[in-house]
Design a protein around this ligand. Sequence first.
Ligand SMILES: CC(=O)SCCNC(=O)CCNC(=O)[C@H](O)C(C)(C)COP(=O)(O)OP(=O)(O)OC[C@H]1O[C@@H](n2cnc3c(N)ncnc32)[C@H](O)[C@@H]1OP(=O)(O)O
Ligand SMILES: O=C([O-])CC(=O)C(=O)O
Length: 384
Amino acid sequence: MSDELLRGLEGVLVAESELSHVDGQAGKLVYRGYDIETLAEEATYEEVLYLLWHGDLPTRAELSSFREALAAERAVDDAVLETVTALAEAGEHPMAALRTATSMLSAYDPDVDADPEDRERALAMGRRITAKVPTVLAAFERARRGEEPVEPDLDPELSHAGNFLYMLTGAEPDEVSEETMDMALTLHAEHGLNASTFTAVVIGSTMADIYSCVVGGIGALSGALHGGANQDVMEMLHEIDDADADPVEWATARREAGGRIPGFGHRVYKVKDPRANILEGKLRDLSASTGDDKWLRYTTSIEAYLEDEGLVEKGIAPNVDFYSGSVYDHFGIPMDLYTPIFAMSRVGGWIANVLQYQADNRILRPRYRYVGETDATFVPLDER
Ligand SMILES: CC(=O)SCCNC(=O)CCNC(=O)[C@H](O)C(C)(C)COP(=O)(O)OP(=O)(O)OC[C@H]1O[C@@H](n2cnc3c(N)ncnc32)[C@H](O)[C@@H]1OP(=O)(O)O
Ligand SMILES: O=C([O-])CC(=O)C(=O)O
């Protein structure tokens, strides 16, 4: 047994995966062998889910029944909607509301007591969670605006992304917003053994149910060092704008004060994250078509400044969270929904990873190097 301490488990191999590969030096991401650029351009989120969960891209017939099965699960129990409303009234962050509501969904799942080794029933639960997360989120957003929830459209013709936007606004989304949301879901679906996936897999390794795994994943994703950074980036952009500041001067001051720039840096990527490139391209298209290029100017000037300062050369480059919020902002999505939208996509990856790990399970249990007292003498309570 090695006594080398690997802080943050950097580089530690814990299992094999067929789901995705992150090449941090080349800035390349593949899901089951397919480039993320190709999937973002050519595949829908439903196809990506099928690919991750079933191993291959679906045929037309397979996709059609998969979409039907997913769409059929979109509705949530009224009790969940009531809880979501109560959480909105209490001013809960949507990521925390999603965590609570996802946990509650298990009460209404007919498979929740299934044998944890029953992959089919675990997958059925995974399908239900994935289908219902957008419903929960949209209901939460509407509740805090004082609006009634919009019932999901159960017609599989309306995509997962499209139905989410429909439930948010009450109107069928236009093609650009549906395609953009679908692409964002594809980009965020899977990324190796990141912190939230690791959390889900650790929970799954105890043979806990898939709800526990997903709830843990949501908690881990919410943090500022992980998925929470996409909201932080938009808060940074607003802070710059509200102060009428120059983005480069703002970033300089932040660095001089020893602060980090949200949306920069990554444990694996030592070059720009390929998903950031794709999202930046989408932001360029949206900025050109709407004539509103403010966030594009701010983000690209911060990126150029940090590159000039040598950060990118040191491997601290834009990650997926740097450009996503500016894209969502074009569709009027509030910034505290950015991380929940990430979760809405990554739920597919968490489920795929948990099922993959459980198929050849061994409980995950690393260890500490103990540095505490070794020979303490117990003093009875009255004598302390
Ligand atoms: C979906 C995702 O989860 S993508 C990541 C989203 N998170 C963020 O964008 C938050 C900002 N980024 C970070 O905090 C980090 O880069 C992380 C958490 C993503 C990766 O952390 P780690 O791999 O542990 O890197 P670590 O924290 O050791 O940083 C290495 C060096 O880069 C620097 N660095 C890392 N990120 C940044 C940043 N955003 N801004 C400025 N400097 C940074 C660190 O200060 C450190 O420098 P030092 O060696 O001189 O002390
Ligand atoms: O891989 C990571 O550590 C974080 C990340 O980019 C993701 O989860 O998408």
